[in-house]
Design a protein around this ligand. Structure first.
Ligand code: SF4
Ligand code: SF4
Length: 119
């Protein structure tokens, strides 16, 4: 029997009250499967560090590009993955940080401080 709507939505995280920043290098990082992602952006407001954004249109020959993660800002909370799996297309995987560093050719830092905004 299909679950009642209340139980289905029970595991959906709340939207963050405020945006925070990485204080510790995570063990896992979110990676978007761009073949599965529709670019719906449902996951975007759930990210507690606001590090999910639409990918540049030039990289994809489609009207709505998928989203991408700014890897160095991700805290590995898995919220986007849970939201995408539960509400949309199951297009986000949590991958070991070391693997992402090797594949993307980047070095993930221990913490992240956002650049100061102009006054
Ligand atoms: S919720 Fe899933 S399908 Fe929608 S933009 Fe985010 S990753 Fe892509
Ligand atoms: S795992 Fe958490 S911090 Fe990383 S992109 Fe997803 S919601 Fe944002």
């Amino acid at each position: 029997m299909a679950p009642a709507p209340s139980s289905f939505y029970k595991n959906i995280p709340d939207l963050p009250d405020k945006i925070s920043y990485k204080k510790k290098k995570p063990k896992l990082i979110a990676v978007v499967d761009s073949d599965n992602c529709t670019g719906c952006q449902v996951c975007v407001p759930f990210c507690p560090v606001d590090c999910i954004e639409p990918a540049p249109k030039e990289r994809f020959n489609v009207p709505i590009p998928p989203v991408q993660i700014r890897y160095n800002e991700c805290i590995g909370c898995q919220i986007c993955s849970r939201v995408c799996t539960k509400l949309t297309w199951d297009a986000i995987r949590m991958e070991p940080t070391e693997k992402v560093e090797k594949l993307a050719g980047i070095q993930i830092t221990e913490s992240f401080t956002p650049p100061a905004r102009p006054a």
